[in-house]
Design a protein around this ligand. Structure first.
Ligand code: ADP
Ligand code: ADP
Length: 237
């Protein structure tokens, strides 16, 4: 599903963000990327949808080359790859429902949902996605009125409405308290198991990886320093 072959990232200031990364992530896997702050987790995850362009090697998603220079190819890859962030990145002033509809990102659908013109089937899908993360009762609340954990679940519903094959999550629970963090991780895990969506999730703590992931990739200094099943990951990762 996702293949990195000798991928390097050199940032414009010359800093090497990734070095010689080789990875093969299978369809439907739940992979935790673990490492200290600055290890390159975010860089790694952002290369997958072209948010960070790689400078050497090759990267494919579902057989399509992620080509940072081709907007058409990036658009094709991004249509299959949803992303969630530590800071939720919702549109605070609009309703939860509209946030989910906005995830179906073409310009016309953005405009339509801002104006409240959306097709009945889009709305149904949005409700269904909200229901799957347990916040359908908040559909008409403003996003900013929700707690952090609820906002992250809206972000998950927004990604689900995109009907992705891959979900990339960049420290999705780092700003949540432990019980809420577990709830969000459980939602992601359930979605991965029910829909067979490949999940790649960055995190600081190995204990969360142990509880929810199939596989751990350990990073340090822009390199992969561990790659194996959760059971073999030690605190040295
Ligand atoms: P992590 O997600 O593991 O905290 P990051 O991938 O965010 O790590 O960062 C890895 C390293 O790359 C850090 O040293 C960071 O300062 C550097 N870095 C990240 N983004 C940029 C950038 N746009 N330009 C230069 N260096 C960057
Ligand atoms: P987070 O830890 O939440 O990922 P960061 O503070 O690492 O946030 O990065 C925030 C933004 O700043 C990102 O877009 C990242 O690429 C950029 N960035 C991080 N480190 C550097 C750096 N050394 N030079 C330039 N940009 C950087």
């Amino acid at each position: 599903m996702i293949t990195f072959s000798n991928v390097d990232v050199v940032y414009p200031n010359g800093f090497k963000g990734l070095s010689g990364v080789n990875l093969e992530i299978a369809k439907g896997e739940f992979v935790a990327i673990v490492g200290l702050s600055g290890a390159g987790k975010s860089t790694l995850i952002r290369t997958v949808n072209g948010l960070v362009p790689y400078t050497e090697g090759s990267l494919t998603v579902n057989g399509s080359l992620v080509d940072p220079r081709s907007k058409t190819k990036l658009r094709r890859v991004r249509s299959k790859v949803g992303m969630i962030f530590q800071s939720f990145n919702l549109v605070n002033r609009v309703s939860v429902l509209n946030n989910v509809l906005l995830g179906r990102s073409s310009m016309t659908s953005t405009l339509r949902s801002l104006l409240g013109w959306y097709r009945e089937e889009e709305k149904e899908l949005a409700f269904e996605c909200l229901e799957r993360v347990g916040i359908v009762d908040k559909a008409y609340n403003r996003a900013s009125a929700l707690s952090g954990g609820q906002q992250q679940r809206v972000a998950i519903a927004r990604v689900l409405a995109q009907q992705p094959e891959v979900i990339l999550a960049d420290e999705p629970v780092a700003s949540l308290d432990p019980p809420t963090a577990h709830k969000v991780m459980r939602d992601l895990r359930r979605i991965q198991q029910e829909d067979g969506i490949t999940c790649v999730v960055n995190m600081h703590h190995l204990d969360l990886a142990r509880a929810y992931a199939d596989r751990v990739i350990g990073m340090r200094g822009g390199e992969v320093v561990f790659d194996g099943p959760v059971a073999e990951a030690t605190d040295a990762v």
